[in-house]
Write a protein that binds this ligand. Structure first.
Ligand code: AHR
Length: 653
């Protein structure tokens, strides 16, 4: 069982009912489910934005470990005789390395790494240092590897020896004597002579699943706790690149990590008011690590690939149709990397990385936020090639960057004509939009492609787009409409996922972190409540004969969970007054509703948010007793989101 249920305390109070309000009556027909809810329905969208990968989920603590940033000493403070070299390198695709020369004077040659806005170290935790080294000296050279705290003290100093003129890997485990979010890693050459060093790396030993080249355990735990059905990767605009040269090229992200070439991060200089010239992609968290993570957390992988267009907002470079083939081949090869036998070209790469079994990839997105004929023409080429070779793979096309408008109106009919399986919709809108659009999908064509709500978030502009309760509550309200229309909406992923508190480009985001801690926002908990309580089949829920999509600030959906035999209600009150709601269950036949639980979030303060120091808003659990086994009367508090899980039992039990 995931963390939500195990960690929450049961509130002693039952939800009370007072009289005096006009009663709202809802009916739920239990006998006749109206649509299946896809197991993939609620998922996550990952992009290396806000230092989400390097400096975030990817647990490497050293920035620019391979010295391949355009200014190769970025992230490093060299002292003494330290020079950048590339002759006879250790890694052909990452040729730079440093030569450290000690002329005999004490402490006069070495390098310091600043990490990602510091290196987060915890007292008593072990860290795996590694580097590739060689020396021209005849005798062994001594290095001191040091953990330096933010006051400049270096209580941990470990001596290591380097010998031989061939590149070899040096490793050591260092136990940190202190806790500090802004530490540094220092390497000092102690003996007279010279040493070459490359790929200088420091990872916590305690990564997720204790993997070397692993992921930050606390951040993966947060993903796991969402119970995500699908995992979109690697973006976002990152897929497209600012230019075609900097698009995400998956083949660069697999194989030995030391030889994966650096890529400029799309978010490096996108916003002039928020420039991050030290933001690059090591691709250490690449497609193998991604597929493995999906497997770990039980989510279906959903890679999105370049369609031969760089970001249409930026350089807008277009690959001519007669030069598109390598891009198409990249996609076919990616599917082979995921699913091909270990004897196939790309299946072997996967197997050599430690996963001979296929990853069982079922769907793929072509293009991110693309638009116009230039996209449609290219998409058609991809669809034809993928359908020919992999007819079972579901293909996702784009409806552009907006929730409506010219681009959207042009693209949807084109997606139908091309016959993609799903259409990716994006909406970053005000909380009011989310509240007003809970019925958005009630009228969608049931016969066309399905919907992937691939990026969405409520942006409360009045607070500088805080991750506050208003945003989360509005998303909860809107999501009742996703669930009610589960026959049309098959996937939904909030965006973006992660943000480093000291290095972010975009807000709001679902999970914030610093170098030591992590914070789940109210939005996170809304997503978790949906992800953990999706149910398997939608039930017909009506108020005055209509879906509940904002009347009197109320929103509601109902589902059954055929695996557990429960009815699951999701009720939202965005209004400022409590609502007295009577829910009558129909079609129970020989069944009745038994005592269950309600997991809820409530705050009268719409501006309330969580911080790294204080989790002010998180779900609480209480018990619920349907009075007569076939109805429920609830006083829905103002500004409230509640999930009710009620077991269906045989009458009289
Ligand atoms: O989620 C942040 C960005 O928003 C994505 O990269 C892009 O697809 C959208 O514009």
């Amino acid at each position: 069982m995931k963390q939500l249920i195990t960690s929450l305390l049961f509130s002693s109070a039952l939800l009370g009912v007072t009289s005096g309000q006009a009663q709202q009556v809802m009916t739920v027909d239990v006998s006749n489910p109206v649509a299946a809810i896809q197991p993939t329905m609620y998922g996550v969208f990952f992009e290396d934005i806000n230092f989400g990968a390097d400096g975030g989920l990817y647990a490497e603590l050293v920035k620019n470990r391979s010295f391949e940033f355009p200014q190769p000493f970025v992230g490093w403070v060299p002292f003494g005789n330290v020079t950048m070299k590339d002759e006879n390198p250790c890694f052909e695709r990452n040729p730079h390395y440093v030569r450290i020369v000690n002329d005999g004077r004490r402490l006069r040659a070495g390098i310091d790494n600043e990490g990602y806005r510091g290196i987060g170290l915890k007292a008593g935790e072990s860290y795996r240092f590694s580097a590739y080294v060689r020396t021209s000296a005849a005798k062994p050279m001594k290095l001191s590897v040091e953990l330096v705290d933010s006051d400049g003290k270096n209580p941990l100093r470990k001596e290591l020896e380097v010998s031989g003129s061939e590149w070899t890997k040096l490793t050591a485990v260092l136990k940190s004597p202190f806790t500090d979010a802004h530490s540094r890693l220092r390497v000092v050459l102690l003996t007279e002579g010279e040493v070459d060093m490359d790929h200088i790396s420091l990872f916590p030993v305690n990564t997720w699943e204790q993997r070397e080249n692993g992921l930050r355990a606390d951040l993966v735990q947060a993903l796991y706790d969402l119970n995500p059905g699908v995992f979109r990767f690697p973006g976002g605009c990152i897929i497209e690149g600012n230019t075609l040269a900097t698009r995400y090229q998956w083949k660069n992200s697999v194989g030995p990590v030391e030889n994966r070439p650096l890529n400029e991060n799309r978010w490096n200089y996108t916003f002039t008011h928020k420039a991050f010239p030290d933001y690059f992609q090591s691709l250490g968290l690449g497609f193998f690590e991604y597929f493995q993570l999906c497997e770990d957390i039980g989510a279906e992988p959903l890679p999105v690939v370049s369609c031969g267009l760089s970001c249409q907002y930026e350089s807008n470079e277009v690959v001519p149709l007669d030069e598109l083939q390598p891009y198409v081949q990249d996609v076919l090869d990616l599917i082979e990397f995921a699913n091909g036998p270990a004897t196939s070209t790309w299946g072997k790469v996967r197997a050599d990385m430690g996963h001979p079994e296929p990853f069982n990839l079922k769907m793929i997105g072509v293009g991110n936020e693309q638009w116009d004929k230039v996209y449609v023409e290219r998409l058609e080429v991809f669809v034809k090639a993928i359908r020919e070779k992999y007819p079972d793979i579901k293909i996702i096309g784009s409806s552009g960057p907006n929730a409506d408008g010219d681009k959207f109106d042009y693209l949807w009919p084109e997606m139908k004509r091309i016959g993609v399986d799903l259409v990716d919709e994006h909406y970053y809108m005000a909380p009011e939009w989310f509240q007003k659009n809970a019925a958005r999908y009630d009228t969608y064509d049931r016969k066309g492609p399905k919907v992937f709500a691939g990026e969405y978030a409520a942006h409360d502009y009045s607070t500088g787009k805080d991750n506050n309760w208003l945003a989360a509550l509005s998303e909860a309200a809107f999501m009742t409409g996703l669930e009610r229309n589960a026959d049309v909406v098959h996937l939904a992923t909030y965006a973006p996922l992660f943000a480093h508190v000291d290095a972010w480009q975009w807000n709001p985001d679902m999970i914030w972190f610093d170098n030591l801690r992590m914070m789940r926002t109210p939005t996170y908990y809304v997503q978790q409540l949906y992800g953990m309580n999706a149910g398997t089949d939608v039930l017909n829920l009506r108020m005055d004969g209509k879906p509940v999509a904002g009347q009197d600030s109320l929103y509601a959906t109902a589902a059954t969970d055929s695996r557990t035999g429960e009815v699951i209600l999701k009720l939202v009150n965005t209004g400022s007054k409590a609502a007295d709601v009577q829910i009558n269950f129909q079609g129970l036949k020989k069944k009745q509703l038994a005592q269950g639980i309600c997991i809820y979030m409530q705050s009268d303060d719409l501006k309330q948010k969580n911080t790294l120091e204080a989790e002010n808003l998180r779900p609480q659990v209480t018990q619920v007793q349907p009075a007569d086994g076939q109805s429920l009367r609830i006083l829905l508090p103002a500004r409230y989101f509640g999930v009710y899980r009620l077991p269906l039992t045989a009458k009289g039990k």
